[in-house]
Write a protein that binds this ligand. Structure first.
Ligand code: HEC
Length: 232
């Protein structure tokens, strides 16, 4: 009930964004297939294969969904270099979060791979409502100041995942229903607590630093761009 409350508070905006622009189902979209292919390809080949020569300048109108996917693949993130699954870790999560994980794998790999959310620096603490989450962030600032020193490793905010799931759902061609978005969000919060904050924080730090340095070598220009935009 309380969790419904959290999502419900701002649901007027959420619902209207959803119904007006988001999740317009594409009748014959092929994005799902290409998204799955991504899991067996390297990022570099994905980026290239996402822009077939035959399409470039062919004058054929692309759907908003196709354009969104191209945008997602053309602009890689360090996150993309990490694993696309965390099956072993998730076995220890509550049943609800495990279900949210499965949905995330299915729904959040439409435009980029599931590596993008799974290896993200975003961390949202658990809490029964927004004020409880704000209080949790304030507590972490005291107990773990390191979480707030390097934005490339951790970006801890009371509603960062709620905001991002909504942002993704508002994208053209997105195929995520409102109740699915909520479950995915709840998984991302549980996962923040398990893998990024708390006992595994050091392991998380090492993981993110490795991704950042690999990314810097592989995509130096994009690294600079993200650094300047404070999006690393
Ligand atoms: C309709 C296409 C689409 C879908 C579906 C989608 N994304 Fe994205 N995602 C994008 C694009 C495009 C970007 C590039 C940044 C932007 O436009 O916000 C992105 C970027 C991201 C980032 C990186 C943001 C950053 O600054 O580090 C994360 C994390 C993310 N998505 C998570 C998700 C999650 C979680 C889902 C499922 C709820 C999802 N995405 C579903 C298109 C999509």
């Amino acid at each position: 009930m309380e969790r419904d409350g959290i999502f419900g508070l701002k649901s007027a905006f959420f619902a209207s964004a959803l119904f007006l622009t988001a999740c317009a189902r594409e009748p014959s979209s092929q994005t799902g297939e290409a998204g799955q292919a991504g899991s067996t390809q390297t990022l570099a080949s994905l980026v290239i294969s996402s822009i077939p020569a035959s399409e470039a300048g062919a004058g054929e109108a692309k759907s908003a969904a196709e354009l969104e996917k191209e945008k997602a693949l053309k602009n890689p993130y360090p996150n993309d270099l990490g694993p696309e699954k965390i099956d072993e870790e998730v076995k220890t999560y509550p049943a609800e979060a495990q279900a949210g994980y499965k949905l995330m794998l299915a729904r959040c790999a439409q435009c980029h791979t599931s590596a993008r959310p799974l290896n993200s620096r975003f961390a949202e603490p658990e809490g029964k409502d927004d004020p409880a989450k704000e209080a949790a962030v304030a507590g972490l600032k005291k107990s773990n100041p390191e979480f707030f020193k390097d934005g490339g490793v951790w970006q801890v905010e009371a509603a960062v995942w709620k905001r991002y799931v909504k942002r993704m759902m508002a994208k053209p061609g997105c195929k995520i229903e409102k109740d699915e978005g909520k479950k995915i969000w709840q998984f991302l919060v549980a996962d923040s607590a398990k893998r990024k904050l708390g006992a595994n924080a050091k392991k998380w730090e090492a993981h993110r630093r490795k991704l950042l340095s690999e990314f810097r070598q592989k995509y130096p220009e994009r690294y600079k761009e993200l650094e300047q935009a404070k999006d690393l």
